[in-house]
Design a protein around this ligand. Structure first.
Ligand SMILES: [Zn+2]
Length: 294
């Protein structure tokens, strides 16, 4: 397996590490970096400097030991090294959620995005990597993925609420397994609270059962996680003040709509919606207008 680091991540991680060392009174690397940078300005015309700086940053990235954590954690996931052709590390841009992307292929390619600041927090970095490498190992396991090799495959068509639940459920399963490997970093109690936050309407005993299936099991599949994420959204009780499954606003005015034309229009926007779930009267009005039937 080939490991690649994208230049933007490498450059930022190196600059931050040099600054951290200067703050500790260690100027050895900064001085050597500055000398080499000056040399690049002297020896190379502007158009070829970008490449020269990329090489310089990559060299410092390794010399400063910034890639060590990654290799250290990877050694515990031999299945990843075996099944993957290329693993790329890139900077998580703006508000992008750091995490994992997998591209199909045989063997496959994966890309981990992370914040460059994480290289300055070794413990947090190791935990993040352990979780994402275990996630990657899940995806590379046909029993888990059912052959659909993409993080969250099959959930992109779901509403955001379901995607969020899916992510939480998967994370809890990862944390449970990591804790049994001796890499305890999120407790079962914390996961229980996370679960309650994404399923606020479930009873304590239902939540405990879910936690048992996720945290205490070694064997969970993507299809099971998806089903769990969706199943409980269907049990959304149509009680006064409960959330409308479309707009997510609390409503006291539930209506049932079963006419083909309107149900079809709603499903174009919310493929996961079933008419038995009901909707709020304001959402119904919008779709009635679109369908031209009242
Ligand atoms: Zn609504």
């Amino acid at each position: 397996m080939r490991i690649r680091f994208e230049p933007e991540l490498v450059e930022e991680a190196v600059s931050l590490e040099l600054i951290r060392r200067e703050h500790r009174g260690d100027f050895v690397f900064s001085e050597s970096y500055r000398e080499m940078a000056d040399q690049i300005y002297k020896d190379h015309p502007a158009e070829s400097r970008t490449h020269e700086f990329e090489v310089l940053h990559e060299r410092f990235f390794h010399r400063l030991g910034l890639s060590e954590g990654i290799h250290h954690v990877l050694r515990r996931f031999p299945e990843v090294k075996e099944k993957l052709r290329e693993l790329t590390f890139a900077k998580a841009q703006g508000k992008q959620r750091p995490g994992l992307e997998v591209r199909n292929g045989d063997p496959a390619f994966a890309r981990v995005t992370l914040k460059s600041e994480l290289f300055g927090e070794p413990h947090a970095l190791l935990r993040f990597l352990a979780r994402e490498f275990l996630r990657l190992s899940d995806l590379l396991n046909p029993h888990f993925s059912g052959g659909a090799l993409a993080a969250g495959a099959g959930t992109t068509r779901f509403p955001e609420l379901i995607r969020q639940r899916f992510r939480t459920l998967w994370d809890i399963s990862l944390y449970g397994r990591l804790s049994r490997r001796g890499e305890m970093f999120v407790s079962r109690e914390e996961c229980g609270r996370e679960l309650k936050a994404v399923f606020p309407r479930l009873s304590d005993s239902a939540l405990e059962l879910m936690l048992y299936k996720l945290w205490d099991s070694e064997d969970v599949t993507q299809a099971e996680l998806q089903e769990m994420a969706r199943a409980h959204s269907h049990s959304n009780p149509r009680t006064p003040g409960a959330q409308c499954p479309l707009c997510h606003f609390p409503t006291h005015d539930w209506v049932t709509e079963e006419r083909e034309a309107i149900v079809g229009l709603i499903r174009q926007d919310y493929p996961d919606w079933e008419s038995s779930q009901g909707i709020c009267s304001r959402c119904l009005e919008l779709y009635q207008m679109q369908a031209g039937c009242w």
